[in-house]
Ligand binder design. Structure first.
Ligand code: GLN
Ligand code: ZN
Length: 769
């Protein structure tokens, strides 16, 4: 394949880079500052070193225009809140007294003041702090962070491109401040916000910025005509400014859809678009609007949120299609590299052959540079890279890891019959009632009990070889004995073993399933100083042996009451891992489902009558655009049914999800065909119970009556009141009594007291039936 050279040299760039440093130095510095072990100056200097190291790394790799201002002590949306002066009233004194401490107070709260709410950044596992705005919000520009960081890059002799959250996305991500009527629309504040952006842009120009990037990922979601008009107005006005740098409006995570013509027409100087498979529709849409004559196009062809090596030839062919559609064409990742780990080269435990399939931030940077080189000078300039890339892709495609004939044969043989229980719900409910003999308003928990320091220490000792397997097993069994005896004494009806053996609800299973890889250093920021190491779902999935049966069976051997088996569902396994990109997600989910199905069947075989398959991620992986929901929910619900439908009618299948708003997936929840669902509901006063009822949900449900997110112990009367509210929506024969979620983050004293109150509440309300 040959690509003819582009007219201008294509620049290689990225929108953002992992913040943490090679050894998570930033986490350590920030937490050290919080604990009073390090001064603010020490923290600032660590941060400055990390920024400089990142820029040098990018520049040495061949990135011509480095991002600046993407660094954050906690979160870039919170930084934007500071930049536009939208500090919530309750934090103003703290911020005035000490901007750094005030910043952390907004992020984490203090003894007296609540933090900003935290929520997911689009469909990633990164969390941002939600801006709080109201009709009285007064914005004021504070460009100091952006200007200072740009100057640092410039001082290194680099062309820095400041990256800002765009004004439209900022407003669309905001919520009404406390005390402001829920109907308030932050977007109505645009006219007040734009002058602030104008000031910041002028300051950045003065500080040496040729280009500034404005990130508008909210425009890849379904937007109303009114919202699109606001976006048009915003960029018309910003474009019309005279004292400004060139503006690059960036979108990522999906296609721009109706927003594409709006931005293409706007008087800005460039657009950055996602051209990975998920957003492939951008290609035709861009051609349909006649391209971007006179503008710069930055093409996100390297997947910025997954960890697989790029198909360079495919990317070059995409870039080839884009040539001529804009004045100049540059190459980038589809989104900030914040969402991938820093460097695959430091992994020691992964087979070197497989390691070549992986590309973390550093490797992706090299891919971007290679592509820009190929685009500028023709493929002849990157022959060696293309040859190596072809070999890596072939090795991945033909590896026994990615193609296990036994797994393939089994998934191919799956039919509709496998994805449905043998009897309809009504018949199952009767069989289960007879089999389990539970009282009305049965009580249970969601699975985990407090993960004590002792348990974590024992796990660390096992890893370090200071504790042998038998010693560790006994430690976990002792915990199970304690958890079972507590639940019996407290009077709970359906018990759990407590999940003491689990480090994490996904990792625990990933470690036991063939096809998953674990990384040693693959940390990705989840929020603030919390980093996670998602497993890599690399190959065909199989289950060499049972994963949970011995713990559940041991727990069941200790009590005549039913002990609920506890598994993580296929959708959640995918959502919290890096998933393979070489087959449809539904296919991967099907493989995981079949492996879990064996576990469900083995649990039943071992005498487990109640089995819970958690799917807390079902809603969070919902595609950003409504048009894509049906296809996603179809494979997701089918994977759940495939996991759970191998059991007898009198075995009761539970599922659990932890969110209070799920109006858009009620039908999907129904389609899971689980016998019982538990949901978070305490803080929303049983709102989910009303939503289920409104939908006509026919099965049993346990809207939570105990908010496990705080150490507060709910009184029995309070829990009873919530139950009475629940009963108005769900009849007594179908209502369960349980907490909102698992108890692993709670301490034992409040757990004991809260569950005793929960059982007391159930008894009181049973007496009123
Ligand atoms: N069974 C899990 C637990 O109790 C569920 C966790 C979750 O929903 N996030 O911890
Ligand atoms: Zn939960």
């Amino acid at each position: 394949m040959t690509t003819k050279p582009a007219v201008a040299a294509a620049r290689a760039t990225v929108y953002g880079y992992p913040r943490q440093g090679q050894n998570r130095e930033l986490k350590k510095a920030i937490e050290g500052y919080w604990k009073g072990r390090a001064t603010a100056d020490a923290l600032r200097s660590t941060a400055a070193h990390l920024r400089a190291a990142n820029w040098r790394q990018l520049a040495e790799a061949g990135i011509d225009e480095v991002p600046s201002g993407d660094f954050s002590y906690y979160d870039h949306v919170l930084d934007t809140t500071v930049m536009v002066g939208a500090i919530p009233a309750r934090h103003r004194d703290a911020v005035a007294a000490d901007p750094l401490d005030g910043y952390f107070a907004m992020a984490r709260g203090t003894q007296d003041v609540a933090p900003l709410e935290m929520t997911k950044w689009f469909d990633t596992n990164y969390h941002y702090l939600v801006p709080e705005l109201g009709p009285d919000t007064v914005f004021s520009a504070d460009s100091s962070k952006q200007v200072a960081e740009l100057k640092e890059a410039v001082a290194l002799g680099l062309a820095g491109r400041p990256v800002l959250v765009g004004p439209v996305t900022y407003l669309l991500l905001a919520k009404p401040a406390p005390g402001v009527a829920a109907g308030f629309e932050p977007l109505t504040l645009l006219d007040r916000l734009l002058p602030v952006y104008a000031d910041v842009l002028a300051d950045l120009r003065a500080a040496g910025a040729e280009w500034v990037q404005l990130d508008e990922p909210a425009l890849v979601q379904d937007r109303s005509p009114a919202e699109l008009n606001v976006a048009a107005r915003a960029y018309r006005d910003l474009g019309a400014l005279t004292d400004r740098p060139k503006l690059l409006v960036a979108s990522y995570f999906d296609r721009l859809g109706e927003a594409l013509p709006v931005l293409a027409k706007a008087p800005v100087d460039g657009l950055a678009l996602d051209f990975t498979e998920a957003a492939a529709a951008n290609l035709d849409a861009l051609a349909a609007v006649g391209g971007l004559p006179g503008k710069r196009l930055v093409a996100g062809v390297v997947d910025g949120r997954n960890i697989w090596v790029n198909d360079l030839e495919k990317s070059l062919s995409t870039l080839g299609t884009l040539l001529g559609l804009a004045d100049r064409l540059d190459v980038s990742a589809s989104c900030s590299l914040l969402h991938v780990p820093l460097d695959a080269a430091v992994e020691r435990d992964i087979d070197p052959q497989i390691l070549r399939w992986l590309a973390f931030a550093r490797q992706k940077t090299a891919e971007i540079v290679t592509l820009a080189k190929g685009l500028t000078h023709g493929t002849g300039a990157i022959t060696a890279e293309l040859t190596a890339n072809r070999a890596d892709l072939a090795s991945r495609a033909h590896s026994p890891i990615t193609r296990d004939p036994a797994v393939r044969a089994r998934t191919a043989a799956v039919t509709e019959v496998h994805a449905g229980r043998s009897q309809p719900y009504a018949a199952r409910a009767t069989a289960q009632r007879a089999h389990l003999g539970l009282p009305p308003l049965p009580t249970t928990t969601i699975g985990s009990f407090p993960q004590t320091d002792e348990l974590r220490t024992a796990r660390a000792a096992l890893r370090a070889g200071r504790l042998d397997a038998a010693g560790y097993e006994e430690r976990v069994r002792a915990e199970i004995r304690e958890v079972i005896s507590f639940q019996e004494n407290a009077g709970l009806d359906v018990l759990v073993h407590g999940e003491a053996e689990r480090n994490d609800m996904v990792q625990y299973f990933a470690e036991q399933l063939t096809g998953f890889l674990a990384t040693q250093h693959g940390w990705v920021q989840s929020y603030g100083t919390r980093y996670v190491r998602p497993p890599v779902l690399a190959g065909d999935i199989s289950r060499p042996e049972p994963m949970t049966v011995r713990w559940t069976a041991y727990a069941q051997s200790l009590t005549p009451r039913p002990v609920k088996g506890m598994l993580t569902g296929p959708v959640t396994m995918l959502a919290w891992s890096f998933v393979r990109d070489d087959q449809p997600l539904g296919e991967t989910a099907r493989q995981v489902a079949l492996a879990l199905r064996d576990e469900v069947d083995d649990l039943e075989e071992a005498g487990t009558s109640v089995i819970q398959v958690d799917e807390p991620a079902l809603r969070e992986t919902l595609p950003l655009r409504a048009a894509d929901h049906a296809a996603y929910l179809a494979w997701a619900t089918k994977a759940f049914r495939l996991t759970t439908s191998g059991v007898r009618p009198d075995t009761q299948i539970h599922t659990h999800m932890c969110y209070a708003e799920f109006g858009d997936i009620v039908q999907a929840i129904d389609d899971l065909d689980a016998d019982v669902i538990s949901l978070e509901a305490a803080r929303s006063h049983m709102q989910v119970a009303r939503e289920l009822a409104a939908h006509g949900y026919p099965r049993e449900a346990g809207p939570g009556v105990y908010d496990i997110h705080s150490p507060r112990v709910p009184s029995a009367e309070e829990a009873a009141e919530l139950l009475r509210t629940g009963l108005k929506a769900i009849p007594a024969e179908r209502l369960w009594v349980n907490p909102d979620c698992g108890l692993k983050t709670r301490g034992w004293p409040e757990t004991r007291a809260s569950l005793e109150n929960l059982v007391a509440a159930a008894r009181t309300v049973r007496g009123e039936l």
